[in-house]
Write a protein that binds this ligand. Structure first.
Ligand code: ZN
Ligand code: ZN
Length: 354
């Protein structure tokens, strides 16, 4: 059975909307150009993105089953969500029949975008992804927390969901923490694979995984979805970092998660200063160039003020309980990998760039 047939079995008709037909689109009936007139004309299906002339629209097309188009393997059809709701209402928790009807190639995508990252590109992406996917599978992280958004995975087939995080290293870390929380709450079977669209100023994790150093609209969102569909999966080391005071202290140790690096010293101070400044006045940090200039300012300032002088005498670093020399660690590559730590699945692109 073909992929389109499997996913199409959930039974959903085209949803035709008049106007807003992209330039250079082709009528699915006559094959001629659509949407070329300077007025509200022609139709576009909001699921499969197919277009048709006013004159070519017939009764058959209105009732024809929609195969959801090129991104059918990523879209969560409304009918699927409706069917899940019905099953819950009837207290029938056996989703197997419904899941089987979607086929094995169905890997629905949840988009989590940080609209504060990357020169308002997050807001543009939310709007564009909502146009290509079901709007219910696209989340703005300034309105919905990652853990709440990821609960959508629990009504999808086990081990099928993918997540595209649009943001910087901090946003990815936030989402991976929510994935860890899912594991703690017994949702291990619904853990998604995570892809990254780098929007922030710090995109080292995305770069390491092959998703590029930053996205500013260079390629259309359709290509990003194709990259997600073609990507290979890879395991990612996750570390726990525990910060304790030397000697006797009433303070509890602070435990944090780390993905590919953590910093102690001047660069950490620079990042903290940048973060504090951005939280106070987010409107000033709308451009990647300005952000880099602010980083440069704080980096230069630290060279003069030297707040981190003699840090190796004040801080002890232990990796897997063994004491390490801080100065020696500074000279090493920033990636420390070990197989005995907590891991989560991440996603790696195979070709193209974004
Ligand atoms: Zn359609
Ligand atoms: Zn036509």
């Amino acid at each position: 059975m073909g992929r389109s047939e499997e996913i199409g079995r959930i039974g959903q008709s085209h949803h035709w909307v008049r106007g807003n037909v992209p330039l250079c689109s082709q009528c699915m009936v006559c094959g001629q150009q659509c949407g070329s007139q300077p007025k509200l004309c022609d139709y576009r299906c909001i699921w499969c993105q197919r277009t048709v002339h006013d004159d070519c629209m017939g009764g058959d097309l209105k009732t024809e089953n929609c195969d959801l188009g090129e991104f059918r393997s990523l879209i969560i059809p409304s009918n699927y969500l409706w069917a899940v709701k019905q099953l819950k209402r009837s207290k029938n928790v056996d989703y197997m029949k419904l899941i089987a009807s979607m086929g094995r190639n169905w890997t629905p995508l949840i988009v989590l975008a940080n609209t504060r990252s990357g020169n308002n590109m997050g807001e543009v992406l939310v709007s564009e992804f909502k146009g290509l996917l079901n709007p219910l599978q696209v989340f703005d992280l300034s309105k919905t927390s990652p853990f709440k958004a990821l609960q959508l995975c629990s009504i999808l087939p086990p081990n099928s969901a993918k997540v595209l995080v649009c943001g910087g290293d901090g946003t990815v870390g936030w989402v991976l923490d929510a994935v860890d929380e899912m594991k703690i709450k017994g949702q291990e079977n619904f853990i998604p694979q995570v892809a990254v669209l780098p929007l922030g100023t710090g995109n080292d994790l995305a770069n390491t995984l092959g998703w590029g150093a930053g996205y500013a609209g260079e390629v259309p969102v359709e290509q990003i979805l194709r990259n997600v569909m073609e990507a290979d999966s890879t395991k990612l080391d996750r570390w726990k970092v525990q910060v304790t005071n030397k000697g006797y202290s009433l303070r509890k140790p602070k435990v944090m998660s780390m993905n590919n690096y953590f910093s102690v010293g001047p660069d950490a101070l620079m990042a903290l200063n940048f973060h504090t400044h951005r939280e106070k006045t987010p409107s000033l940090f709308s451009s990647r160039l300005v952000n880099k200039a602010v980083y440069l300012f704080y980096g230069t300032k630290d060279c003069l003020v030297q707040e981190c002088k003699d840090l190796d005498k004040k801080v002890e670093v232990r990796v897997c309980a063994a004491l390490r020399n801080l100065c020696a660690l500074y000279k090493r590559p920033p990636y420390l990998r070990t197989p005995d730590l907590q891991t989560t699945t991440s996603y790696k692109r195979t070709s193209g760039c974004c």
